[in-house]
Write a protein that binds this ligand. Structure first.
Ligand code: CO8
Length: 373
């Protein structure tokens, strides 16, 4: 059985991003129009008026300042409030595969590899563009990888859960070098008429190359992985293959992202901190061994609570960085994008933790150590 390293990571972002100010302006214009259209019902107390959104609230409540999006124009257009996606012919790369391929090639190029050096592709994301064939197999074909490919999904823990599958497959000798790719195209699933959540998500794709440690390449040795789930309806989407058969038909809103954000905050923070500390102890590690926590990127206040519990003290921003200001919540990709952006300063032997948490509930915890060639 070989140990496993993360050899490299790569990123794709859409070319355009949306600021909070742009998003709030668009939502407030929509809300004012809606209130005018429903003035009579609002006056009679049959409906509640929509309150305006605010840049200040979004930044304070979440740490989000902007988000990359596949189609800002469609989202900001108050008569549309969703990105516009052109259907593609079956022989063209689908949107998720296209984004994923860019991230994978970025990761491969950084260490002088190409797709032919890969013998497994796992595509793991909150939602898949289609049911079959797997997006992973399309990416495998596009990069010229051998071996196998499959899709999986665990909402915000999609990447970490996939990383554990890749680590196990390499340890067992079922593959030698696996790409885990997480294309999170989240903006089409967001309800831009909902003030509580219209600001939360952004689009991104991130890729991780894992390989046998006994090949002796530099990277990040995987010290230990652990996964945990606990059923909760506090973050939910009812979109699925049965929708078209349901009678009575659901409102479209019910098929989009909904959450009870306050409950999520209260329930998930202690669950995550406890799991990290338990996992750390079981690995013979202490908080002082951690140079950095690359936490899931949903909310900066949540990360502050969790990091403080884990470190047991006040900590510097560099010890638990956030990327929310630039990316917003990128669901399953967030903790890995944070790792990708914030690991250049690690010396051999220094350790850190990649940790995701979110819908399910689900938590994935991965301790890594910088290793030289
Ligand atoms: N502008 C101004 N005011 C607002 C706005 C707004 N946009 N939204 C709400 N308010 C108001 C509320 O009405 C409320 O007013 P009042 O006090 O008068 O009732 C007040 O502000 C406070 O509202 P909240 O209690 O809702 O605010 P919070 O401080 O709790 O912050 C958050 C809201 C940011 C949502 C916060 O609760 C949070 O981040 N919670 C955790 C969320 C989280 O981690 N979720 C994980 C989801 S991601 C995941 O698991 C992946 C799912 C799959 C992704 C699919 C892609 C689409």
């Amino acid at each position: 059985m070989s140990d496993v390293i993360i050899r490299s990571t790569g990123l794709w972002t859409p070319p355009h991003s949306i600021s909070n100010a742009q998003l709030v302006e668009s939502y407030n214009a929509y809300a004012a129009r809606w209130n005018a259209e429903h003035a009579g019902e609002i006056e009679r107390g049959e409906r509640e008026a929509k309150q305006p959104s605010s840049v200040e609230f979004i930044e304070k409540a979440s740490g989000i300042r902007s988000r990359y999006a596949i189609d800002p124009d469609g989202i900001l257009d108050t008569s549309r409030l969703r990105p516009k996606v052109e259907p593609r012919p079956d022989d063209a790369l689908c949107l998720m595969a296209e984004a994923g391929v860019v991230a994978v090639k970025d990761a491969l190029n950084r260490v002088g590899l190409d797709g032919g050096d890969v013998d497994g592709v796992i595509c793991s994301a909150t939602s898949m563009q289609r049911t079959y064939p797997c997006v992973a197999i399309e990416i495998q074909d596009a990069i010229g990888a051998t071996g196998f490919g499959f899709d999986m999904s665990v909402a915000c823990s999609s990447a970490t859960f996939a990383l554990q599958q890749a680590v196990n497959a390499i340890r067992c000798g079922q593959a030698n070098r696996i790409v885990v790719v997480t294309p999170e195209i989240t903006t089409p699933q967001l309800n831009y008429t909902d003030r509580d959540s219209h600001f939360i998500f952004g689009d991104v794709a991130v890729a991780v190359i894992l390989e046998r440690a006994d090949w002796g390449n530099p990277g990040w040795k995987i010290l230990s992985t652990r996964l945990k789930t606990q059923y909760s309806n506090n973050i939910r989407s009812n979109q699925g293959f049965l929708n078209r058969c349901e009678e009575p038909a659901r409102d479209e809103d019910e098929m989009l992202f909904v959450q009870n954000g306050r409950r999520v905050f209260k329930e998930v923070c202690p669950m995550v901190a406890e799991m990290i500390l338990q996992h750390m102890g079981d690995c013979g590690l202490t908080p002082d061994d951690m140079k950095r926590l690359w936490l899931h990127q949903a909310n900066s206040n949540m990360n502050r609570v969790i990091a403080q519990k884990v470190f047991g003290r006040e900590y510097a921003d560099a010890e638990a960085p956030t990327i929310l200001d630039e990316f917003a919540n990128t669901a399953g990709a967030g903790s890995v994008v944070c790792f990708h952006r914030h690991n250049d300063d690690f010396e051999t032997g220094e350790k850190g933790l990649i940790c995701s948490f979110g819908a399910g509930y689900s938590v994935g915890s991965i301790f890594v150590e910088r290793v030289a060639a």
